[in-house]
Design a protein around this ligand. Structure first.
Ligand code: PFF
Length: 452
């Protein structure tokens, strides 16, 4: 395909599943339950839902319209819509952040692969010291590097097949499989002894738990989970057809993303409450240390069920992570391909090799490179800080300002109404949220993260 000929997603369902694939990831199944567990349970969920509706969706629609209007990678998109200005820096920032996020996200993605292998080979047995298992694995330089390489290769295989044959086809198989697995696990979770306690924790809000910290964590989580600010959805939208309904697509993606996060909570909290002495606020180790323990103890009378449950759970994590690493890879690949007029394949190789190398360095920062720190952070934490905590909110805020204040209102209206062919009754509210609410709310997260 020549550089100027752009690929397109071939179907509406492909558009939704690919975008939902980007959004649904480790953020939903690993980060969301740990944030919810450490931030007061259902009260966090309530605030999170408000953030999705009033902050996430408007910014998502903006990313969609910028991508679809410009029909270009995220850096060139701003150049096309605002020629001769500095707005293209927002796009470049997205490419850079996607590159950094991919480099450390793939480390955790690699852990999910290792845990799938460990679960499938029955390595978690009664009496295993799970904290020791986890620490040994992440600090083993060979093993953790190997899984980074494997995960990047999996991502690469999909990306080089292209937008329609790779990303779209893959999402159409993986997302339904992911949704199926999560539904099966939810049904199993209802039969666990701690089901009602777990569900109470997840669904019965205690309003006194809503503090500023809870609100800010919920906003940050909503942003990360919906893949906003990295140019992922903007890049995917450049492959949308003219007839794609942007608002409806954003609503579907937001709904799937939220549903998966809540379902992950429905699986994890009943499981944790089923074993006395375990804590719901174990933080990031909830999925890698607490859960294997649960699988073992809760199912000690039915080991086969425990085996199936744990393998399915880690496969679920792998699938979710993979559809997200693909979207991060695509942001950078599309940029290199179009900006430097290289073939897509060459662009993909450059991204795969460089992110694998950086990913290995990030993986090693849990072991041999533990002492290599900058500003008191190891490489993994540094990448997370710069991209997810600094660049992501910053570019999200700028996207809202760009669409709300800079972009001609007619362009915005034409895109969201598909040139007047679909109704958009909430247009005024959408503009209000972009002009005032989103920039102020995101600025608050931003400042909070920086002073933490
Ligand atoms: N939304 C993904 C998740 O929840 O795991 C992570 C992510 C993907 C963040 C793509 C940002 C991004 F651009």
């Amino acid at each position: 395909m020549s550089v100027n000929e752009r690929a397109n997603f071939g179907s509406k369902i492909g558009v939704i599943l690919a975008s939902a694939g980007s959004a649904v990831g480790l953020g939903n199944i690993w980060r969301f339950p740990s944030e919810l567990g450490s931030n007061g349970g259902a009260a966090f969920l309530l605030v999170y839902l408000l953030c999705i509706v009033f902050l996430g969706l408007p910014v998502m629609v903006s990313e969609f319209l910028i991508g679809r209007r410009s029909q270009a990678n995220t850096a060139s998109a701003y150049q096309k819509l605002a020629p001769g200005t500095k707005w293209h820096l927002v796009g470049l920032m997205g490419v850079f952040s996607a590159f950094l996020i991919l480099s450390y996200y793939v480390v955790v993605a690699g852990w999910t692969l290792e845990y799938t292998v460990a679960a499938a080979t029955n390595s978690f047995s009664q009496g295993t010291d799970y904290t020791g298992f986890f620490n040994d694995f992440v600090s083993n330089p060979w093993k953790s590097s190997l899984y980074v390489i494997l995960f990047m290769l999996l991502t690469h295989v999909v990306i080089i097949r292209g937008v329609t044959e790779g990303i779209e086809k893959f999402s159409k198989v993986m997302m339904p499989l992911l949704l199926f697995i999560i539904c099966v696990l939810v049904i199993c979770a209802f039969s666990m002894p701690g089901a009602s306690e777990g569900l109470n924790f997840l669904l019965k809000p205690d309003f006194s738990k809503i503090t500023t910290k809870v609100v800010l964590s919920a906003m940050g989580q909503a942003f990360f989970s919906m893949s906003l600010g990295m140019g992922c959805l903007c890049t995917y939208a450049s492959y949308f057809g003219r007839d794609t309904n942007l608002l409806r697509t954003a609503a579907s993606v937001g709904a799937i993303d939220t549903m998966v996060a809540v379902m992950a909570g429905i699986i994890i909290f009943p499981a944790v409450y089923s074993v006395p002495g375990l804590s719901v606020d174990a933080g990031p180790s909830l999925v890698f240390v607490t859960l294997p323990n649960v699988f073992n103890i809760a199912f000690h009378n039915a080991p086969v069920l425990g085996y199936i449950f744990s393998v399915m759970f880690y496969v679920l994590l792998v699938l979710a992570a993979l559809t997200s690493t693909i979207s991060l890879h695509e942001v950078v690949t599309a940029y290199i391909h179009e900006r430097f007029k290289l073939t897509r394949k060459a662009g993909a190789y450059i991204v795969t090799v460089s992110c694998t190398l950086l990913g290995i360095l990030c993986a090693l920062s849990f072991g041999v490179l533990k002492g290599a720190t900058l500003f008191d952070m190891n490489l993994f934490d540094l990448f997370d800080f710069v991209s997810a905590k600094f660049l992501m909110p910053l570019s999200g805020m700028l996207i809202a300002i760009f669409t709300g204040w800079y972009l001609e209102r007619k362009i915005v209206r034409d895109e969201v109404t598909n040139y007047g062919t679909i109704r958009m009754p909430l247009f005024k509210l959408y503009i209000f949220l972009l002009k005032y609410f989103a920039p102020i709310a995101i600025m608050t997260i931003f400042v909070n993260e920086l002073v933490k």
